[in-house]
Design a protein around this ligand. Structure first.
Ligand code: ADP
Length: 468
């Protein structure tokens, strides 16, 4: 209850004046009516105090001027209705002046006390808003990755807290002009930014901004900028360390993959020159050299493609392509005995892509599918789905466990063999397929149930004809 009354007293704004006038008249009437029964108990002169309560209420809630009005009306009503001669104003009666004086003194005292309380309450609210603003600014600056991203929100929040049309926090130095006032945000010697607010604000608002907001904002901004710099440095160091580790891994994998065909070719070459080699054996050794040489050349092509993709140098030559033709070209690169069935929707829209790059990606998927499904039928399906052409390469091979599905698109990743007869490749095929599909604005993913097969899904943006 006490808190409730205090709360009402300390509220920032006064109630409306019209309500004050109405309450004044009501209170004067009530007090006048109250005096009648009390007259039976005591002398009339002492009952002037009844009006004091009304004077206190009015001057506390509506301030001095309405308090004065309440005092005058109370004195008049007391005089007219209660002081003898009743029903007439007797200005000369000293009791009247004493009552009026007392009322005015009480009005002045209670309105001053309530004004003071109100001012204190308003100041407390302002301070709390400023503390909230500082806390929120710290959160915005330190929680987000980029300081610049946070500045717009801080400006908006600051404008709301100070009831300004707008406020802007900018990094570095910005000068003011006839429409904008620039407040420097400096931490120590260094200028970290500028708070820009509309020109022509009240002096009290500008001094509150410069004394209470600017120092905290400058300090927070400096800490956030420093943190951003340290994070950037750490990221750079970490990425250098990782790229170094990747290079080492690549070198290790490559040297192994390059060495085996070269060793096979050297051995075959030496064997060909041995005395007593029959024409049949020479033929076989020649075949081996060609096979290993082809493997080597393919590996070199893969490495070149991968390094181009890595350096973002594999710029696609975009042109309108028929998906059916790309699938046919990819199929033509497969061994003649591959069991592949192609099902393409009749009204498939063309795609805008680099024909050779998409063909290369699909050829890699087809090669894996036929290799891992060991003679079982592979199905290639293409259909249009909401602005995309979706191509699925579905096999009924061993499938890929969930742990490997997340990694098979990484260069050199080879899932541990579950198909003993299949010689796994260099681990570059899917990385290259993913690289080419993505540089062409497409997406690639795998869906697989171990034991049942895998489905590699490629989506490319379709060229949609505008409606006539
Ligand atoms: P690789 O040359 O070893 O096939 P890829 O990058 O093409 O290299 O494939 C990476 C790994 O993904 C393979 O080692 C294999 O374990 C797995 N994989 C790819 N395609 C299939 C598939 N269709 N069925 C089962 N496993 C597959």
């Amino acid at each position: 209850m006490r808190n409730g009354v205090v709360f009402i007293l300390l509220r920032g704004r006064r109630p409306p004046l019209v309500a004050g006038l109405a309450v004044t008249f009501v209170l004067v009437s009530i007090c006048t009516a109250l005096v009648y029964p009390l007259k039976q108990l005591t002398t009339v002169s002492s009952l002037g105090v009844v009006y004091l309560l009304g004077v206190v209420v009015i001057s506390t809630f509506w301030g001095l001027w309405l308090g004065v009005l309440m005092s005058v009306l109370s004195a008049a009503a007391f005089n007219f209705f209660h002081l003898p001669p009743v029903g007439r104003f007797t200005i000369a009666d000293s009791r009247n002046w004493v009552a009026l004086g007392a009322f005015l003194v009480v009005a002045l005292a209670s309105s001053s006390v309530s004004e003071l309380a109100r001012a204190r309450a308003a100041e407390a609210v302002r301070r709390r808003a400023e503390a909230d603003l500082t806390a929120e600014t710290a959160q915005l600056l330190l929680e987000r990755a980029g300081v610049e991203d946070a500045l717009a929100s801080i400006g908006r929040r600051l404008a709301a807290a100070f009831e300004l049309p707008w406020a802007l926090v900018a990094l570095g130095e910005t000068s003011g002009d006839s429409r904008r006032e620039a407040l420097a945000l400096s931490a120590g010697e260094a200028r970290v930014g500028t708070l820009v607010v509309p020109a022509g604000l009240q002096g009290s608002v500008v001094s509150r901004l410069s004394e209470r907001v600017v120092p905290a904002l400058a300090a927070l901004l400096q800490v956030a900028l420093e943190r951003e710099r340290l994070v950037a440095e750490a990221v750079q160091t970490e990425s250098l360390r990782r790229s170094d580790a990747v290079k080492t891994a690549v070198l290790r994998a490559v040297s192994h993959d390059l060495r085996s065909p070269v060793t096979a070719m050297i051995t075959a070459g030496a064997a060909v020159r041995a005395p007593g080699v029959t024409p049949h054996e020479r033929d076989e050794l020649g075949g081996l050299v060609v096979e290993e040489g082809t493997r080597l050349s393919r590996l070199i092509d893969d490495l070149l493609d991968l390094s181009k993709l890595d350096a973002h140098a594999a710029v696609p030559r975009l042109a309108e392509c028929s998906v059916e033709e790309v699938i046919d070209a990819a199929l033509a690169a497969q061994p003649a005995d591959s069991m592949v069935e192609v099902r393409v929707d009749p009204d498939l829209p063309p795609v805008r892509a680099d024909f050779a790059q998409v063909e290369r990606a699909l050829a890699n998927l087809l090669e894996n599918a036929t290799r891992y499904s060991e003679g079982k039928l592979v199905v290639v399906r293409a259909r249009s789905v909401g602005g995309w052409v979706v191509i699925r390469v579905v096999d009924r091979g061993p499938g890929i466990p969930a742990v490997d599905q997340a990694r098979i698109f990484e260069p050199f990743y080879r899932a541990p063999g579950r198909t003993p007869n299949v010689i796994s490749g260099s681990g570059l095929g899917l990385a290259i397929a993913k690289g080419f599909i993505e540089t062409n604005g497409g997406r690639i993913r795998v869906e697989s149930v171990p034991g049942q097969g895998s489905s590699f899904v490629v989506a490319l943006p379709a060229i949609v004809e505008p409606e006539p």
